[in-house]
Design a protein around this ligand. Structure first.
Ligand SMILES: Cc1ncc(COP(=O)(O)O)c(C=O)c1O
Length: 431
């Protein structure tokens, strides 16, 4: 099977005489194993259209272009096309140019980045903020550096934590214990066992695949009782929850109880980049010791200005948050009424279960080709085998007509491919 089939990659012709070309077989073999495990990923070639979200252009493998509706974007509020955000980026790029000019160690801070960090610290009610090139890097660099600087630190990590947090834990070199997902009893058991050594509890607020929410206040109660520090990933909640869009901790009135709040600028805020907010000492220590901060070029000024505009806008406007929740709720009601196996969630995330990798991919292909609806299939290792799903993310821009068309398209797809109905029990397959 040719490894590059329909992968969306553009490959240059092979240089036959190159000695290194012989090594290609290792990569072909690795790709072949992904194919045989039905885990090979194909990305659709999509161009977003500013001002018409969730409509986008899809360039098919044969080069033909058609308009589609995107139902799986993490630009949850469509802020990536908001006129104030786009305007800030264009104006700043015109004024400052496009690149940052180097790492901050080499080129210094750029002023829009300093403004952004102040804005983020204010958002979360913390002394300081520190911006990274992505949410992934902020977790990897943040967790690893913080834990490494605490002598004999034990990290207690939720079993469903994102790969970026897992990598942060791994890079810290500290001992770790995994607590069962959102299981306070198990967390308490591990905290008690750890005795009085320093402890860091790392967890998320909204878990993005199941759309469930951590009991942040009760985790903080345990942290207080057993003398632990807390690190919270609010990536799927910033911009979306709380009176000023600071996330679930703000909504629940517990922001001041969490030591480190991490977030992304790429989802609710519609841009790119990640950050931590915490005490001045923590942010300064991460700034001073984290390789993932020190040795990479800073976020460009235009991106920082766009993110600041987005954060500022969402601090003062709750209309997008209200519309987001309303449209997500309407989508769930419509899909459930059509007998589709919607996983119940308390959040804006609407998982529709399939339970099989090939069928999940087939459903996504069918939706795109037949109905012009784009929903990326979610397969292992993002979710456990046996729980493959379509992860639907309604936005304020998905109106009643979009929801009706989605419901019809999913019902037709479920009937055509004989997919599991509501009431089916999806269980994690044994490895
Ligand atoms: C929980 C969580 N944390 C962090 C990240 C990484 O954020 P970013 O996309 O900004 O790198 C993601 C995924 O994108 C995520 O789902």
């Amino acid at each position: 099977m040719p490894a590059q089939r329909n992968s969306g990659l553009s490959l240059a012709p092979l240089a036959e005489a190159r000695a290194g070309a012989g090594y290609d077989r290792f990569f072909r073999n690795a790709l072949e194993s992904l194919h045989s495990e039905r885990r090979y990923r194909v990305f659709a070639d999509i161009e977003r259209i500013s001002g018409r979200f969730p409509t986008a252009r899809w360039r098919r493998p044969d080069g033909a272009v058609s308009e589609i509706t995107v139902w799986c974007s993490n630009d949850y509020l469509g802020m990536g096309q908001h006129p104030e955000v786009v305007g800030a980026m264009v104006e700043t790029a015109g004024r400052c140019g496009v690149g940052a000019g180097g790492t901050r160690n080499i080129a210094g801070n750029n002023s829009p980045l300093v403004d952004l960090e102040r804005e983020l610290a204010d958002l979360h009610g913390k002394e300081a903020g520190l911006v990274f090139t992505s949410g992934y890097v902020s977790n990897q660099a943040g967790i690893s550096t913080i834990a490494k600087l605490i002598p004999n630190c034990l990290i207690l990590s939720d079993a469903f934590n994102h790969n970026s947090m897992i990598e942060g834990v791994r890079h810290s070199g500290c001992e770790k214990k995994i607590f069962r997902h959102n299981d306070l009893g198990h967390l308490e058991e591990l905290l008690r066992e750890a005795g009085d050594r320093p402890k860091l509890i790392a967890f998320e607020s909204v878990y993005s695949m199941d759309g469930d929410v951590a009991p942040i206040g009760r985790i903080c109660d345990l942290a207080d009782r057993y003398g632990a520090m807390t690190y919270l990933d609010e990536v799927h909640a910033v911009g979306l929850y709380g009176p000023r869009g600071a996330g679930i901790a703000e909504r629940d009135g517990v922001m001041d109880r969490v030591d480190v709040i991490e977030g992304t600028l790429a989802k609710g805020f519609g841009c790119v980049g990640g950050y931590i907010t915490a005490s001045a000492a923590i942010c300064d220590a991460v700034r001073s010791f984290a390789a993932g901060f020190i040795f990479t070029t800073a976020l460009p000024p235009a991106v920082a200005a766009a993110a600041t505009a987005s954060v500022r806008y969402l601090k003062r406007s709750g209309a997008e948050r209200a519309a987001h929740q309303r449209q997500a709720a309407a989508t769930k009601v419509a899909l459930e009424a059509a007998g589709l196996p919607v996983l119940p969630t308390d959040t804006h995330i609407v998982p529709v279960m399939v339970g099989d990798a090939e069928l999940c991919k087939a459903a996504a292909d069918h939706l795109l080709e037949r109905h012009g609806i784009y929903i990326q299939p979610i397969n292992y290792p993002t979710v456990p085998r046996g729980t493959e799903r379509l992860r639907i993310t309604p936005s304020p821009f998905h109106d009643a007509a979009h929801i009706a068309r989605l419901t019809e398209a999913l019902a037709e797809t479920w009937a055509t491919l004989a997919l599991p109905k509501a009431g089916t029990v999806f269980v994690e397959a044994a490895e």
